[in-house]
Design a protein around this ligand. Structure first.
Ligand SMILES: [Zn+2]
Ligand SMILES: [Zn+2]
Length: 110
């Protein structure tokens, strides 16, 4: 359906689930592919809450509630989770175990 081979990312790496890869976490050699099952977030880096890297399930340990994305709940890597929380626009909801907008009403693309 056109998703198997998605071209290349900004670093010239082939992306899409037909491309085998290893986890982008430093030192992790887990075999993955560069498809949507392993991407940080779910848009190959095209949303504002994730990067364009690919991780095994162990290295995308954070869940972000992102209303604008298809799945709403995204898995992101440590780095993205830290960036979101540092920005002050996102907070960690420890009850739900998700990262969500600090002010849900003000979710907008500026
Ligand atoms: Zn990330
Ligand atoms: Zn990994």
């Amino acid at each position: 359906m056109g998703w198997g081979d998605c071209g290349t990312d900004s670093q010239g790496r082939p992306i899409g689930y037909v491309h085998p890869a290893t986890c982008d976490h430093p030192g992790c050699n887990e075999q993955i592919d560069r498809g949507l099952s392993y991407v940080c977030g779910d848009m190959h880096g095209e949303d504002e809450v994730s990067c364009e890297k690919y991780f095994c399930s162990k290295h995308r340990p954070h869940t972000v509630f992102h209303q604008e994305s298809r799945g709403e709940y995204l898995s992101v890597c440590d780095e993205c989770a830290a960036d979101l929380l540092n920005s002050g626009d996102w907070i960690e909801d420890e009850m739900e175990g998700v990262i969500k907008p600090a002010d849900p009403i003000e979710v907008s693309h500026v």
